[in-house]
Design a protein around this ligand. Sequence first.
Ligand code: S3P
Length: 438
Amino acid sequence: MPSVAAATVRPVRRVAGRVRLAGDKSISHRYALVASLATGRSTIGSYSSGADCAATLDCLRRLGVDVTSSRAEDGTLRVEIAGRGLRGFQFPGAEPSKALDAQNSGTTMRLLTGVLAAQPFMTRIKGDVSLSRRPMTRVTEPLEHMGAVIASNNGYPPLVIHGSSRIHGITYKTPVPSAQIKSAILLAGIQADGTTTVVESVQTRNHTELALRAFGAVVSTEGARVALTGGQQLQGGHFVVPGDISSSAFWAAAAAALPGSDVEIENVGLNPTRTALLDVLRRAGAVVDIQVEHEAGGEPSGRVRIRHGRRGALSLGADEVPLLIDEIPALAAWATHGNELRVTGAVELRVKESDRISALVRGLQALGADVDEFSDGFHVRGARKLKGGQADAVGDHRLAMAFAIAALGAQGPSMIAGADSVAISYPEFFATLEQLCG
Ligand code: S3P
């Protein structure tokens, strides 16, 4: 996505109000993929409004899946999928022009590669400039161990997946904690012969395990070890995606940062593999009230209220980073408001939608922040009030939102280039910002 459209953000004293979020991005991808592999029809309520999850639906349509999406009365997105059963996808065509397009979405490309490893035809899958720079060997290697043959551009997209209906289960220890690697293997494993086991050093988000169970599969988990047997039939049904906690992170960061703030987030996903941000904000002095109100498909959801408490300092290392990986830009923004954040053991941030260490450091510095860059992290010292300025989100949605939250505490207005990238995960971001600042 080119970083073009700019947004101006003015400083405010506090943020206050209620937020209702569109569905979680990670869960939406998984429900769409698993519904397509299931038998029978599924409906998915509150599907993510972001472009990433729309890319997954487009790819599924290209594979012959009947997918319809419509707006429910409350404005949320409702997706209906006619499942094709295991190995029921259609060959999209061999020519490069028939390549599936994952656009900016790493989750689409990596998880679909797992699904397609077991479909007995060849599929090409490409992405945009940002996705074409993201490493794929981490998923192609285990899938090749399972029996697929996958060609890439030296480990990067585009991929040409020669799937096989005779792939077999493996036991695999992931080289980096990554829910996308785990999920690609499990989505191949559910279609493979025998048992597939994934072992992680730190348990990452477990939405794939929960989604497979919600569609009827038996999946066993023991700490950071997950196993399933291939060939289990999945059954379609009715599902509702809880609100996206990673989108809510920006409001949590703003409310924790600005004295007098009070933000309530409704209907947000509270899966314990995703709530580390709330724990660390609390540890750093914010007042955080969490109420679990509902559980469906194994996914708890509820209400979170965040208020500023005191200023604080956080130091995060390799043990915590995987649980907060998407929330680190929001925490860096929080730190610029008179707090402090030191992050190490986060080299994975360099292979996200952008090099999120270098682009985050450059953008915050452009707004006037005191930040140091390390090879595996950064250090924000927030004692100095930001001046405001021009920050480039380099087309990365989470950086655009983080710079906007940092800019709320500046002396003057700021301009964020590439602000249109928020459409990737949170198209309503700037409208909600206005509402909370008003
Ligand atoms: C995701 C996993 C994480 C995360 C990404 C979404 C998922 O990536 O950063 O935004 O839905 O599985 P990694 O698996 O690369 O850590």
